[in-house]
Design a protein around this ligand. Structure first.
Ligand code: CP
Ligand code: NVA
Length: 304
């Protein structure tokens, strides 16, 4: 049994297999070709934080593959009344075939997985967002083919997305430039030292973006850190991805954002809505990439 708790839980061959499958499943979806290898399989989704894309993409995805889903929000379940995550894992995983969780600390997800009888998928934690980066790199592959040897510029907060990009850089062989304001730098993550072989740290976002093939950013305040919003708005004021920043990137650079976006904060409306932005493709590709992921975790490598 395999889980997907971090991007690095899969190896390069497996990630490339998922990209191939996502392409096949996307083609079938777009052409109304039914493909239901997960008939009667049930996905449980546990949300301890808000979601639009993750919920819709997983729910639509499992249904399209022939299965169905059930959603548990903390406030409406016994989790909200203090039932231990280990007990929740033991119970839920006796009743369903696969689980996706969105929660706070990675350790909560790991405790769930350690007590689960079925595969567990990280639908976002404070530390990582591996489903999003899977969809983002699939999007890059669709537009520009391989990401190997390319440069990705991460502008803004060192958050769950940036740490996931760093894991992907190591696994798939690309460079990550990260520009953060003082006090918000990348740090060793879960006891793992920063991978300096793939990471270059900048204080000036323009320098980080120079020559990059992807310029990407995210909200200045992630879910769970709302108390820091005012301080963060001040600290990140010079870290808006705007047209000037996109000009120094590679000519054919793509702009990416996992969404939801705050126009005028981490990205200008002009860039978000501009010709280099692929944010709506990234969002759609959550569906196709996660269908490939669920198929792989439940059925292994399928080539048909
Ligand atoms: N990008 C992303 O995970 O979006 P949601 O928070 O809407 O699920
Ligand atoms: N970094 C953001 C991503 C939201 C999809 C957060 O954790 O809130």
């Amino acid at each position: 049994m395999r889980h997907y708790l971090q991007f690095s839980d899969l190896n390069r061959d497996e990630i490339n297999h998922l990209f191939l499958r996502a392409k096949v499943l996307k083609h079938r979806f777009k052409n109304y070709i039914p493909y239901q290898p997960l008939t009667d399989r049930m996905l449980a989704m546990v949300f301890e934080k808000s979601s639009t894309r993750t919920r819709v993409s997983f729910e639509a995805g499992i249904y399209q593959l022939g299965g169905s889903s059930i959603v548990l929000n903390t406030s409406e379940s016994q989790l909200g009344r203090g039932e231990p995550i280990e007990d929740v894992a033991r119970v839920i995983s006796r009743m369903v075939d696969i689980v996706m969780i969105r929660t706070f600390d990675q350790s909560i997800l790991e405790r769930f997985a350690a007590n689960s009888r079925v595969p567990v998928i990280n639908g976002l934690t404070n530390e990582f967002h591996p489903c999003q980066v899977l969809a983002d790199i699939f999007t890059f592959v669709e537009f520009r083919q391989s990401i190997e040897g390319k440069t990705v510029a991460w502008i803004g907060d060192a958050n769950n997305m940036s740490y996931t990009w760093l894991q992907a850089a190591r696994l798939l062989g690309f460079k990550l430039n990260v520009a953060t304001p003082p006090g918000y730098e990348m740090k060793s993550q879960l006891g793992v030292p920063l991978d300096t072989g793939h990471l270059t740290v900048f204080t000036d976002p323009i320098e980080a973006a120079r020559g990059a093939h992807i310029v990407t950013t995210d909200v200045w305040t992630s879910m769970g850190f709302e108390a820091e919003t005012d301080a963060r708005k001040k600290a990140f004021a010079d870290f808006t991805v705007d047209a000037d920043m996109m000009k120094v990137a590679a000519k054919d650079a793509l702009f990416m954002h996992c969404l939801p976006a705050h126009r005028g904060e981490e990205v200008s409306a002009e860039v978000l809505e501009g010709p280099q932005s692929v944010v709506w493709d990234e969002a759609e590709n959550r569906l196709h990439a996660q269908k490939a992921l669920m198929e792989y975790l439940l059925l292994g490598k399928i080539d048909s």
